[in-house]
Design a protein around this ligand. Structure first.
Ligand SMILES: [Zn+2]
Length: 397
């Protein structure tokens, strides 16, 4: 057996914090053999002065949102940064999971790439959420509970890992068709039967209530308006998981060049005006406050970003340091923020038996930072050492 021993570092994850320990890895199987003092292996790597963390997750990205070349650039960029697992929360631009996407994913199951978990296409109301996102074909439009069941079963049979659904108004708070309670209940039921994750896109507390009442187990965003106390209580009692995407709320929007705006039809100009009038700073404050209150009630938060369009800007595929900082601002401790990006993310993605912590038997997805993780989270912007599936893919010390 080929073994690699990571020596003399500290180890931090959702359960351990700055514990001096060696990590022994089975390099053939890509698994952790042992964690503790005084270990040795065939190959030894001295990580004195470093802290080993579990491979990080971004639990809300979109791999395909526009033109896609199915290249591995973004996945390599993520892996080099320390993000070793990304969860794809819905294909866009009319792409079906079976349009070559799942086949391509098989070709990037390699240590130099971040692993993709995928929902395939979102399950949504006809003329509703997916229509907002462009056109109905961006998701799978369903009219009845049995439509929803069939669509989900077909995607899971094809190789998708979980379910994405949605309830939303259009961008200007105008009504759109929504999934019925019966359909939501059926979606939740299938998720339970198949033991897969099931997350809903939601931005408004009123829809959050409908989703929670009808059994949807995870929210793909923290909503942008204040959540009533009783609803937070119900969510905590039902162990609803929330993947916060806080940094996307008040992110600087690239302003379109004036000549592009000038050439737009009047209704598009009107749309752009309305979009610019939204007070995203206030929305961010409300979402952080919701996260803080939910966390105080013992609710589980997971780190995600809603990163998309990596095909045109692969440099966005990296550790989202600002998202870590915003979760800390929501009152989580440094270790709890790390858990949101590792242990909790693995639980949300139903891969906790394999990933998310530094324990014997887990996959050897390990990253190392200089010194210790602190409340600036700056060390995560330059992770110096990365082991993915037991293979050292970066050593920039
Ligand atoms: Zn999203």
């Amino acid at each position: 057996m080929n073994t690699i021993c990571l020596k003399n570092a500290k180890v931090s994850d959702g359960d351990l914090w700055n514990v001096k320990a060696d990590v022994l890895v089975d390099a053939d199987e890509g698994k952790i053999l042992d964690v503790g003092p005084g270990l040795s292996g065939k190959e030894e790597i001295d990580l004195s002065g470093y802290t080993i963390l579990p491979g990080l997750f971004d639990a809300h990205v979109h791999i395909v949102t526009g033109k896609i070349e199915y290249n591995d650039k973004a996945l390599k960029s993520w892996a080099q940064s320390g993000i070793l697992t990304v969860r794809d929360m819905g294909l866009g631009d009319g792409k079906k999971a079976t349009d070559g996407y799942l086949k391509w994913r098989e070709t990037v199951r390699r240590p130099d790439c971040a692993e993709i978990l995928t929902a395939g296409q979102a399950i949504a109301a006809r003329g509703g959420y997916m229509h907002i996102m462009g056109h109905d074909e961006n998701g799978i439009a369903v009219d009845t509970p049995s439509d929803a069941r069939r669509a989900i079963q077909a995607q899971l049979a094809a190789g998708c890992d979980g379910i994405k659904t949605a309830m939303d108004l259009n961008g200007f708070d105008e009504d759109t068709p929504q999934l019925s309670p019966e359909i939501l209940q059926e979606i939740a039921k299938v998720a339970k039967e198949m033991d897969v994750w099931c997350a809903a896109h939601v931005l408004k507390a009123k829809f959050l209530r409908v989703l929670v009442e009808n059994g949807i187990p995870e929210m793909a965003h923290m909503v942008l308006d204040p959540v009533p106390e009783d609803l937070l209580d119900e969510m905590a009692a039902k162990r609803v998981i929330v993947t916060c995407t806080l940094q996307s709320i008040n992110a600087p929007r690239p302003l379109l060049p004036p000549e592009v705006i000038a050439s737009m039809p009047p209704e598009m100009k009107e749309t752009i005006k309305k979009m610019e009038a939204v007070d995203t700073a206030a929305q961010e404050r409300d979402a952080i406050e919701n996260a803080r209150r939910f966390h105080e009630k013992g609710g589980m938060l997971v780190l995600g970003t809603d990163t998309m369009r990596m095909e045109t800007q692969p440099d966005v595929a990296k550790v989202p340091v600002h998202e870590f900082q915003l979760l800390y601002k929501a009152g989580l401790s440094v270790q709890e923020v790390l858990a949101a990006a590792t242990k909790n993310a693995a639980i949300a993605c139903k891969v906790e038996e394999r990933l998310g912590s530094i324990e014997t038997g887990k996959q050897a997805n390990l990253v190392a930072i200089k010194d210790e993780l602190d409340e600036s989270f700056e060390a995560l912007s330059h992770v110096e050492f990365v082991m993915n599936q037991g293979v050292v893919i970066k050593d920039a010390r």
